[in-house]
Design a protein around this ligand. Structure first.
Ligand code: HEC
Ligand code: HEC
Length: 455
């Protein structure tokens, strides 16, 4: 799915920047989970070449990364009335240092004698180094269907350069401490036609508006949420938004007057939120419409090679490409060390029946079911079965309970994609859903002559 999203982002950007080669420029952040790179010494056949091409695309599986690429280009290009790049911009760690800067802002800048968040600081550099006019930058500061402001891409680039780093908003300079305290006051400040403050919506655990979960931003764990996915990419509209936008929209929901873009009040509230999140690891810009819940973590949106190729080619990749990746999937199959493939069909039947596991409401670590009946007719004793997959009635009788068939069935359950790349069937062993014993029991259910499947 993410790839589809990244396509939207690419389309949204297409008019705004020369980005044909985004994949190649994007640093390799999301590594394909399974596929090993071909050794450089091997001559490249056309299939390998095709494979490497999609690997490059794979690496921008997160639409935010397209904005990072654009932001980096903007950062390094000479622009503005003074024809300067931003490479001398001091984000707090010295001129031109981008790595780690995002997780250490808002902070105090002596040259401006002000606390600034990263967006305000980059705007300051655009004005002072490049000669842009502040009123031009603040006229239409947020992304809309007409485009993404340069400042938003620049913030996304700078944010991406702090991915994986610990949030460490400084609280040393008196003005930094002031900003935090003012931010806290604003957070609790009730006013307006509904008597709302930020705390009304964000001051308690586990609250929601309609179906939207509201973080309790006064706690360290949830304050992280204020930083975790920002800048964030919204599926609806395909917009990239920064925290300045988020604050603007929350004040709107609070029925307050509109806060000044890049103003002291917004800086103060971002200092309060940011410093509350100190010590947490910043995950970088991301897709902001999904929330981690229970075991359903956000990395589930990342594509591995199989998902990517099937998404990209509408489940019908060229045969040569399919075969190549199928072979790589087959190499992931781990057969039981003792060579025993046939377990206990009775317990196999229970696993085939169960559809539990892996959702955000399931307890992590509890046994996951096989879901087999959801898609297959199996034993005649169960008449409620799905038809997404072929009938497996009489499977052992038809295919024979030979060592070869046992090996095939074990491998098929372990990694269905090894035999049919874009199969609807999950990869139960590969994804860690079913363990060795469970798969042995399922093989028995299908192949054991005593199993009801073969009666
Ligand atoms: C009327 C209710 C309401 C008020 C008041 C409100 N917000 Fe929000 N806030 C929301 C909603 C709704 C969301 C979106 C939640 C989502 O996307 O799941 C949100 C999201 C956020 C987020 C992003 C959290 C995340 O998980 O990404 C931050 C940060 C935030 N608000 C801060 C504030 C601050 C600071 C104030 C006070 C200036 C404030 N909010 C006032 C309703 C409110
Ligand atoms: C979401 C649906 C789905 C689920 C769940 C599912 N399968 Fe499948 N299965 C399929 C589809 C579709 C095929 C046919 C395409 C293919 O070969 O992958 C298939 C094929 C198979 C085959 C190969 C049949 C043949 O003729 O070679 C076996 C064996 C099999 N499934 C066993 C299982 C078992 C055991 C389970 C439970 C652990 C299971 N399946 C769960 C959809 C599913």
């Amino acid at each position: 799915m993410k790839q589809a999203l990244s396509m939207c982002a690419a389309l949204a950007l297409a008019t705004a920047l020369p980005l044909q080669d985004a994949g190649a420029q994007t640093p390799a952040k999301i590594k394909p989970a399974v596929v090993a790179a071909a050794p450089a010494t091997e001559p490249k056949d056309p299939v390998t070449a095709e494979f490497e091409k999609f690997r490059a695309v794979l690496e921008d599986g997160n639409p935010a990364e397209l904005f990072e690429v654009k932001g980096e280009e903007l950062w390094k290009t000479k622009r503005g009335p003074k024809n300067a790049s931003l490479e001398k911009c001091d984000l707090g760690l010295g001129p031109g240092v981008v790595n780690g800067a995002y997780v250490q802002t808002p902070r105090y800048y002596a040259d401006a004698d002000q606390v600034m968040d990263v967006e305000r600081r980059i705007a300051w550099c655009m004005v002072n180094l490049q000669g842009f006019k502040l009123e031009d930058l603040t006229k239409k500061p947020f992304s809309n269907d007409k485009g993404t402001p340069d400042l938003v891409s620049l913030v996304t680039y700078v944010a991406g350069a702090s991915r994986g780093m610990k949030i460490a908003i400084p609280q040393r300079h008196p003005k930094e401490i002031d900003a935090y305290n003012i931010g806290r006051e604003i957070f609790d400040y009730r006013a307006g036609p509904y008597d709302f403050s930020c705390a009304t919506c964000h001051g308690e655990d586990g609250k929601r508006i309609r179906m939207q979960q509201l973080p309790n931003l006064a706690t360290r764990k949830d304050a992280m949420r204020a930083y975790a996915g920002w800048p964030g990419y919204r599926l609806t509209g395909g917009f990239m938004h920064t925290l300045q936008w988020r604050m603007n929209d929350c004040f709107r929901q609070q029925r307050f007057p509109e806060p000044g873009y890049l103003s002291d009040s917004v800086t103060a509230i971002l200092t309060f939120l940011g410093a509350n999140a100190n010590g947490n690891v910043y995950k970088g810009p991301g897709i902001n419409d999904f929330r981690e819940r229970g075991q359903a973590s956000l990395d589930r949106l990342d594509n591995d090679a199989v998902q990517h190729v099937c998404n990209k080619y509408g489940n019908k990749p060229a045969p040569a490409l399919s075969h190549l990746i199928e072979a790589q999937q087959l190499a992931t199959v781990k057969l039981p060390a003792d060579g025993k493939l046939l377990g206990d069909w009775k317990s196999g039947e229970k696993i085939a029946q169960s559809g539990r596991g892996f959702t955000w409401t399931d307890k992590p670590g509890l046994p996951v079911g096989g879901n087999c009946y959801n898609c297959h007719e199996i034993a005649p004793t169960e008449t409620s079965f799905g038809t997404l997959g072929p009938s497996l009635r009489n499977f052992g009788k038809l295919r024979g309970n030979t060592p070869e068939t046992q090996k095939y069935v074990y491998s098929k359950i372990f990694n269905s994609k090894a035999f049919s790349l874009c199969s609807a069937m999950p990869r139960f062993g590969f994804m860690g859903a079913l363990n060795e014993k469970q798969i042995q029991d399922l093989v028995a259910l299908l192949l054991d002559p005593e199993s009801p499947v073969n009666k």
